[in-house]
Every structure is written in C-alpha cells, then in structure tokens.
Design a protein around this ligand. Structure first.
Ligand SMILES: O=C(O)/C=C/C(=O)CC(=O)CC(=O)O
Length: 130
C-alpha cells in the first residue's frame, strides 16, 4: 500500500461518471495523481476482486488513496479535496451560488446517476429476461 506521502491514487474506470467527477476535481485543483484502472467489465468486474475489496468494501469506483487513507463516494471525496486543498476552489464563494452547485450535485447523484449505475442496469436487464 502506498504511503501517506506518495501521490494520490485514483481507482477509476473510463466509463464511470462518478470517477470522472473526481478526476475533473483533481485536475482543476492541479493535484498530481496516478490512475489505477479498475475494469467494471473484465473477468466479471475487477471491483469484486479481493485486492480491490480491501480498497473499497462497497466494490465500486471511484476510490481515492490520499493522505494515507482510502476515500470512496465521489461527492464525499470532492468535499475532502475542497477542505484539505482549498487552492483553486470547486465551490463559488457566494452562498446562494454554493447552494445552487449543491442542488445540481444532488440532482445528479441522487436522481440521474443511480439509473445508470452498472449494478442497477445489470439488475434491470435480469428482471427484463423474466
Ligand atoms: O462515487 C459515487 O458517488 C458513486 C459510485 C457508484 O455508484 C458506482 C458507479 O456507479 C460507478 C459509475 O458508473 O460511475
């Protein structure tokens, strides 16, 4: 496992919109990091491997190894980055604008993204076969 002084490692899959959020934030904040691809397709999904389960017991990407810990859930990761690395802020300073940003995040994370979550899509596909 990487030490707390090493570059952050983003466990990510190229089609994962949740991973895109974290990648975008790291880039906007100019934080150097390494990517470790986790294929959600190959061999039944590398996220279910014993190795990755140690990183994220929820067996989902993204996960970010940073400051000696593994963080999961994209919005929580973004908040951690914002709090620990305020340089190049993700949120506007105006309170109303901040509320609007959070509204959009909520719509995406709670309303839109769950419908395109791979686990849900596979489940719906199985249901349709019945
Ligand atoms: O990190 C999150 O906010 C949520 C992650 C997931 O639900 C996994 C997932 O759907 C991966 C993806 O396709 O973006």
């Amino acid at each position: 496992m990487a030490s707390s002084l090493s570059r952050p490692i983003l466990y990510s899959y190229w089609r994962s919109s949740c991973s895109w959020r974290v990648r975008i934030a790291l880039n906007l904040k100019e934080i150097a990091y390494d990517i470790k691809p986790v294929s959600l397709i190959k061999a039944g999904g590398e996220q279910h491997s014993n190795e990755f389960r140690e990183v994220n017991p929820m067996e989902q990407v993204p996960a970010l190894h940073i400051d000696g810990v593994n963080l999961v859930e994209s919005l929580s990761i973004l908040q951690y980055l914002e709090e620990t690395r305020p340089h190049r802020p993700l949120l506007p300073s105006d309170f109303v604008k901040r509320a609007k940003v959070r509204e959009i995040c909520e719509v995406v994370a709670s309303g839109i993204q769950p419908l395109q979550n791979l686990t849900v899509l596979i489940h719906v596909g199985e249901e349709k076969k019945r």
